[in-house]
Design a protein around this ligand. Structure first.
Ligand SMILES: NC(=O)c1ccc[n+]([C@@H]2O[C@H](COP(=O)([O-])OP(=O)(O)OC[C@H]3O[C@@H](n4cnc5c(N)ncnc54)[C@H](O)[C@@H]3O)[C@@H](O)[C@H]2O)c1
Ligand SMILES: N[C@H](CO)Cc1c[nH]c[nH+]1
Ligand SMILES: [Zn+2]
Length: 425
């Protein structure tokens, strides 16, 4: 990890760059797959599953026998861990739905807003290098709470043509209605356009690698909604001398192990912290089975020493990390100053892994600086908010002159007339 000490502000944007992706050839590649699936349905899905996942499948839908078989294969300990996580995630998300409240804006004018679950949603569960079954809890639980009727799920098959049993178990307990063994761009295309077996959905959720993220952004241009661009995982740890450098190293490695394209950042106020974290990373890396991914990700990662707290706040807000861990003395006060991030973890005992799995918050979060404008997934992401109004005759009378004046000033006489005709009768 490169250590940069008190960088000048004019260099921040180049220091904070995410790992570069060659978007031009990526978009071409992704478009070819999207177009093929749109035109040829299952036949194209089969071809790309063969090409990219190295398995030939004639049927993509998971059967109920496969789900039962998967459940029997899981240990009781893992099943109860998944259930505990699901309970916490449900408890946190259920409070996000507020019942409709009728507001009387003027006498006789009542307005209200109702949440309606998006009828058909598609969940993408990454599985290229790790079966991220925890992501099912993060997506299907809020979808259920929102009242979505059809919740379909796609995830890449392994070379033996199966999905990880924990994926099937998590999907079953969270009410997913159909599961398909399809990954990558072909999965996004199948859910966006529909195929002979995969139903078309109205909104697609879930993180994924650069191909998946690019496909989601491209189908969005065709009118299918997406949650957000959630790409390679990232974490920023902000630490002072009260932090434990072994904990910092472990937190940085926890996201670096996701993939070579992940990025982690340490912002600290002393060079000694940087040195000690590097030593701890070297020690911990040796024991990690996914050290190859982590080593690559660390090559794209930085340690920035900033002695001035105001500078640190400004830099973190400019970077807009997916996750921010604040291991500083005044964590609560400092957290108040953070305006651009997906999710914040305060103090020495809040590792990001707990949010990834089980504390209750959602782990599908905006990466790549999108936290400047996007929020993470929540129940809100799965609902449309429909507004309603009902006016009495007196209510219309009370607002008539306002609407007529505005409509006439816009030169829209028919608008004005829709009010006048009622007043004159
Ligand atoms: N931001 C978040 O909330 C969040 C949450 C979890 C995971 N993630 C990220 O999701 C990503 C998961 O990536 P992954 O690769 O393990 O799984 P993935 O399921 O996203 O991608 C695997 C698929 O990519 C496709 N693919 C592979 N090589 C290809 C190629 N050369 N051309 C076209 N398609 C190709 C294949 O079809 C394969 O099925 C990681 O980067 C991780 O950091 C992000
Ligand atoms: N850290 C990921 C989000 O960036 C989520 C995840 C799933 N499993 C482990 N981690
Ligand atoms: Zn993670």
């Amino acid at each position: 990890m490169q250590v940069i000490i008190n960088p000048h502000q004019e260099n921040w944007s180049s220091i904070l760059k995410r790992p570069a992706i060659d978007n031009s050839s990526l978009q071409e590649k992704v478009k070819a797959v999207l177009d093929d699936v749109k035109l040829n349905g299952n036949r194209a899905v089969k071809k790309y599953t063969n090409d990219f996942d190295k398995v030939t499948l004639n049927h993509f839908a998971v059967t109920s026998d496969e789900i039962e078989e998967a459940e029997a294969m899981l240990s009781d300990a893992l099943k109860s861990a998944i259930k505990q996580a699901a309970t916490n995630i449900e408890a946190f998300h259920i409070k996000q739905l507020s019942p409709p409240e009728i507001i009387e804006t003027m006498p006789g004018i009542q307005c209200w807003r109702k949440n309606v679950g998006i009828e058909k949603v598609g969940l993408y569960i990454p599985g290229g290098t790790a079966p991220l079954f925890s992501t099912i809890l993060m997506l299907a639980i809020p979808a259920q709470i929102a009242g979505c009727k059809e919740i379909i799920l796609c995830s890449p098959p392994s070379k033996d043509g199966k999905l990880n049993p924990a994926i099937l178990y998590a999907a079953r307990i969270t009410g997913v209605t159909k599961i398909f063994k399809i990954g990558g761009v072909q999965a996004i295309a199948a859910m966006a356009y529909g195929t002979e077996t995969v139903p078309q959905v109205y909104k697609i959720f879930g993180p994924g690698n650069q191909y998946v993220t690019c496909a989601k952004q491209m189908i969005q241009q065709e009118g299918i909604a997406i949650d957000m661009p959630a790409g390679p995982s990232e974490v920023c740890v902000w630490a002072d001398e009260t932090a434990d450098t072994d904990f910092i190293a472990a937190d940085l490695l926890s996201q670096a192990e996701h993939g070579a394209d992940s990025q982690v950042l340490l912002v600290c106020n002393k060079e000694t912290i940087a040195k000690s974290v590097i030593t701890a990373i070297e020690e911990q890396l040796k024991k990690l089975p996914r050290q190859n991914f982590a080593i690559k990700a660390l090559e794209n990662s930085k340690i920035i020493v900033l002695e001035n707290t105001e500078d640190a706040i400004e830099l973190i807000n400019a970077y807009a990390p997916e996750h921010l861990i604040i291991s500083c003395k005044d964590d609560g006060q400092l957290a108040e100053r953070i305006i651009n991030t997906g999710s914040v973890f305060l103090g020495n005992y809040s590792p990001e892994s707990v949010g990834d799995y089980a504390s209750g918050t959602n782990h599908t979060l905006p990466t790549n600086g999108f936290a400047k404008a996007y929020s993470g997934v929540s129940v809100d992401s799965f609902v449309k908010k429909i507004t309603f109004q009902k006016l009495t005759q007196q209510g219309l009378q009370n607002i008539a002159s306002t609407v007529v004046a505005m409509a006439e000033a816009e030169g829209l006489d028919a608008h004005a007339n829709a009010v006048k005709v009622r007043m004159e009768k």
